[in-house]
Write a protein that binds this ligand. Structure first.
Ligand code: G3H
Ligand code: 13P
Ligand code: ZN
Length: 333
């Protein structure tokens, strides 16, 4: 049993309370490799932003849960080396799907876990979430739960609405499960194809696809039911069109990729939404930079020569999110 406190990590409790009060959101960035982690830590240290490092099931399969945990421990030391006196770094399990997995993360030093039982019937979601909460809280590890199902791109808008979190359920769910934060469904979804072209309108000035707005009415109703309770938004990449264009310009084939407009995320950050999950945008920034080097310098074969620019591009993206979208800069000095 390793406590995250020994590793210099923090849980989300105080971080979220401050974010809800202060009208900003904490960035939750997924990482799978060293360059992503370096870029996240450099961006957080430079902007003095609290940050959540997320490890998904896919990341565990790709890079190994133990190795990722040690990398996060190293990230705390690295942040200090960069001149960040008191780094506020959370190591979080993203989309944990069983009690056993959440327990193994708690036991090896994660400071926060998500139990995603949102696909189970309501009572089973509560029961499994409560089991994880009862275990995690013994070690002061915070727990994120999910209520409502994030839309898939193949759904019709009408079908998506039926998956939105039901505001009338949130008090009962939060009280009985004991969760510390709640991921809700208000129209975001995972990946770079969040909406079909049919669900969008076309901006006549740019010719770009404009997605339907998030269900802010549902968010506000939830906020009224649970005043001050930390709310989480998954699937919050904006799919920057310049990165998509670069990828396509240099041999990629991303068609009609659409994300969540940043103005809407900025608005959400000012509410009880205090954690915003971003993964796909970092993948796009990395891929765009690598494709550019491959196309422009076909003789290059030193990985540092293309992973370095990829890291720079991700760092730029993370700083942009922190400063211009979430407003978390300067909140952890
Ligand atoms: O929630 C999904 C995250 O983007 C992680 O994705 O399972 O492919 O690592 P992944
Ligand atoms: P994106 O695919 O929109 O980046 O969402 C990531 C996420 O929600 C991770 O849990
Ligand atoms: Zn997610």
């Amino acid at each position: 049993m390793v406590s995250y406190k020994e590793l210099g990590l923090v849980n989300t409790r105080e971080m979220f309370a401050k974010a809800v009060k202060g009208g900003y959101a904490i960035p939750a960035f997924n990482f799978n490799n060293m360059e992503q982690l370096q870029a996240i830590i450099m961006a957080a240290a430079e902007t003095k932003s609290p940050v959540i490092l997320q490890v998904s099931k896919g990341a565990r399969n790709y890079a190994n849960q133990t190795l990722l945990r040690y990398m996060a421990e190293g990230a705390v030391a690295y942040a200090k080396e960069l001149g960040w006196e008191k780094p506020e770094i959370v190591l979080h399990l993203d989309h944990g799907d069983s009690f056993e997995l959440c327990k193994s993360c708690v036991d090896m030093g994660f400071s926060s876990v998500m139990i995603d039982a949102s696909s189970l019937p309501y009572e089973e979601n509560i029961a499994l979430t409560k089991k994880v909460v009862d275990y995690a809280h013994q070690y002061d590890v915070t727990v994120e739960a999910e209520l409502g199902v994030l839309a898939g791109v193949e759904d019709e808008v009408a079908a998506e609405e039926s998956h939105y979190t039901k505001p009338e359920e949130v008090i009962d769910f939060a009280t009985r499960s004991g969760c510390d934060s709640l991921a809700i469904s208000i129209g975001t979804s995972h990946g770079a194809y969040k909406f079909t072209p049919e669900q969008c309108t076309v901006d006549p000035a740019t010719g770009r696809l404009v997605p339907p707005p998030l269900a802010f009415d549902v968010l506000h109703e939830i906020e009224q039911k649970l005043p001050g309770f930390p709310i989480v938004l998954h699937g919050s990449s904006s799919v920057p069109q310049d990165e998509v264009d670069t990828i396509n310009q240099f041999g990629g084939a991303l068609k009609a990729a659409v994300g969540i407009p940043e103005e809407q995320l900025r608005e959400a950050s000012k509410s009880a939404v205090c954690k915003i999950n971003i993964d796909s945008d970092s993948r796009l920034a990395m891929t765009a930079a690598i494709r550019k080097v491959f196309a422009e310098k076909p003789a290059e074969f030193d990985p540092r020569k293309y992973l370095g620019p990829a890291r720079d591009n991700m760092k730029k993206l993370y700083i942009h999110k922190i400063v211009n979208v979430l407003g978390s800069d300067g909140k952890a000095c």
